[in-house]
Design a protein around this ligand. Structure first.
Ligand code: ADP
Ligand code: MG
Length: 580
């Protein structure tokens, strides 16, 4: 008996499993399938991306449906069109030996009449995005009033994308006695609210740790100067010749710009963002799937649906505003038990974000150095040699050999090798011969050492007299909280809603990292290095900003938007559509 048989799957499914080459069930499958097969229950399953959740609900769903009836019996809601199509394909593969079973995908951006026509022909399983589903219910094009099973897949992403109301509406069109199965990578508050409101004492299963990033992913950061981001990106790519990656940018404009530059510089790159037509996006995604594109430059929203295995690297060209977004980004790699690397290109002033992410994902980043030009040339050289060695000889070449031999006559083996290798190598060596070291600082320690020689550091802190502090009590508070000596905190200057203080530079890293998520009376306390001259009491404008510093929104913990906009240079306000 195979392990899949032991879970209780029937013959048609076992045959499909064999065809797909699955050898043993994944953990979430092992836990969910028997429960769902044996009982009519609601279920909440938490498991990272790439752990095989589709089959965990897909197998039991297919086995439990009545394929002789054409009634729609199962509804799967999923956040994006990409995922809808993917789930539909998987369901069709799983059910290939189940006669008469039909799965139909419903999503925006495609003909609603065509989708309605497919539904009308009879679909036991409907896979839908919430928006289009609601639309079709409204127009009476689909009937989900008799479903037995409703699956909320990638529930956290659906809620992230603002589908709560749509989901609520859709569920109100389903029978009360159906079973609801919720699958999610993380369990934010919004998801537990859904579970409480719309489910009846669900069985809970968890695979791995809740809310943690994928552990098969190594997180790395590279510190560079702000103007060297693009050059750093190129080097990271050149140092990984077989890279198959998603490069995340913050805005559509940056996404387009970086992709264009990469293409101009000879890389297999493509852009994916919301300003492209559906057709353009499909073309890019197809090329990416076929690995004709090695670097897919994408915005967070556009990349949500990407569910491509084998992504070797996720590159954070810029860090996202929300820490949660970082988790989604890095989850694109290290799928299906493979290893992946999530690289972050940061400037020195963004180091605090790295610490904040480390805390959230409970994993440490490795501080890596951008490879030098010489290292990259070496890597490329060995890569090329190996590529030549592993290349399968194309038989058709034989026909041309006499002519080729003629051309290359008189060149000995050594010289020939040098020439062949130089064909590609020269491009890199020419480029890298002229380039400088990009690393802004070699390590945090050396950064600290540098600033020690800088003497005193002035900080800004977002508590002040309104919070009941005067300079003495604030000094005591800082010394006690930070465990510093009597003379270590000085020039404490309290204002209405904020204050300033100084320490020697050697305490800087400790102080900044301590205050990345420190709460006092339920409020986040922020400390940052002040640009204002020592002891001057802060420049003008500080006061305005201080007033706006209201925190306490529910997402504050995961956000460093506030910090970013406080960093001296004020970023222009971006509309929501800039980020899609
Ligand atoms: P998730 O929904 O958890 O992100 P998927 O269901 O998309 O994960 O599965 C990720 C990949 O793993 C898919 O390519 C899928 O075909 C494959 N897969 C799923 N279950 C197994 C298994 N038991 N053995 C091998 N591969 C599997
Ligand atoms: Mg999935």
């Amino acid at each position: 008996m195979t392990k899949f048989e032991a879970l209780g799957l029937n013959k048609p499914l076992l045959d499909a499993v064999a065809d797909m080459g699955f050898e043993s069930p994944s953990e979430v499958q092992e836990k969910a399938i028997p429960i769902l097969l044996e009982s009519e229950t609601d279920l909440v399953a938490l498991a990272q991306t790439g752990t095989g959740k589709t089959a965990a609900f897909g197998f039991p769903l297919i086995q439990k449906l009545d394929s002789n009836s054409r009634t729609t019996q199962g509804l799967i809601l999923s956040p994006t069109r990409e995922l809808c199509l993917q789930i539909t394909n998987e369901m069709q593969a799983y059910s290939k030996y189940v006669k008469g079973l039909s799965t139909v995908a419903i999503y925006g951006g495609a003909s609603i009449t065509e989708q309605a026509r497919q539904i009308k022909r009879g679909a036991q399983i409907v896979v839908a995005t919430p928006g289009r589903m609601k639309d079709m219910i409204g127009r009476g094009l689909v009937d989900i009033s008799k479903i037995d099973y409703c699956i909320l897949d990638e529930a956290d992403e659906m809620l992230n994308m603002g589908f709560y109301e749509d989901i609520k509406d859709i569920l109100s069109n389903t029978p009360a006695d159906k079973s609801t199965w919720l699958f999610s990578a993380t369990m934010p508050k919004e998801v537990s609210i859904i579970a409480k409101k719309f489910m009846h004492s669900p069985v809970e299963i968890t695979v791995g740790t809740k809310n943690a990033g994928t552990s098969t992913v190594q997180h790395e950061y590279y510190v560079v100067g702000g103007r060297d981001r693009y050059a750093a990106l190129k080097r990271l790519s050149d140092a990984n010749p077989d890279i198959f990656s998603v490069v995340f940018c913050r805005t559509k404009r940056d996404t387009q710009r970086v992709a264009e530059k990469l293409i101009e510089d000879g890389y297999n790159a493509g852009a994916l963002h919301g300003d492209l037509s559906q057709n353009q996006r499909d073309l890019v995604m197809n090329a990416f799937r076929k690995k004709q594109i090695q670097m897919l430059v994408a915005t967070d929203v556009a990349a949500r649906g990407i569910d491509v295995d084998d992504i070797t690297h996720v590159i954070n060209y810029q860090l996202p505003d929300e820490i949660e977004t970082y988790t989604h980004r890095s989850g694109r790699t290290g799928r299906a038990g493979k290893n992946g690397i999530s690289m972050v290109i940061v400037t020195r002033s963004e180091m605090r974000k790295i610490h904040a992410i480390e805390k959230k994902i409970k994993q440490e980043f490795v501080n890596k150095i951008i490879p030098t030009g010489i290292e990259i040339c070496e890597i490329q050289l060995y890569h090329l040699a190996n590529k030549i060695k592993d290349t399968k000889i194309n038989k058709d070449v034989e026909n041309y050999l006499p002519a080729i031999n003629d051309v290359l006559d008189g060149i000995d083996r050594d010289e020939l090798i040098k020439k062949i290798v130089s064909v590609e190598f020269t491009r890199f060596s020419n480029y890298y011969n002229k380039t400088k070291d990009l690393n802004a600082t070699v390590s945090e320690k050396s950064a600290a050492r540098k600033s020690t020689s800088g003497g005193s550091v002035r900080y800004f802190i977002n508590v002040g007299e309104k919070d009941g502090y005067d300079w003495m009590s604030l000094k005591d508070f800082l010394r006690d909280t930070l465990n510093l000596g009597k003379e270590d905190v000085y020039k404490v200057d309290t204002k209405d809603t904020f204050s300033f203080f100084n320490t020697e530079a050697e305490h800087k890293d400790q102080i900044l990292s301590f205050f990345t998520d420190f709460k006092l009376n339920g409020r986040f306390i922020n400390v940052e290095v002040s640009n204002s001259p020592e002891g001057s009491g802060g420049g003008r404008g500080r006061k305005d900003k201080g007033k706006k510093r209201g925190r306490g929104g529910k997402n504050d913990k995961n956000s460093y938007k506030g910090k970013a906009s406080r960093s001296g240079k004020r970023r222009s306000k971006k509309s929501r559509s800039d980020f899609f």
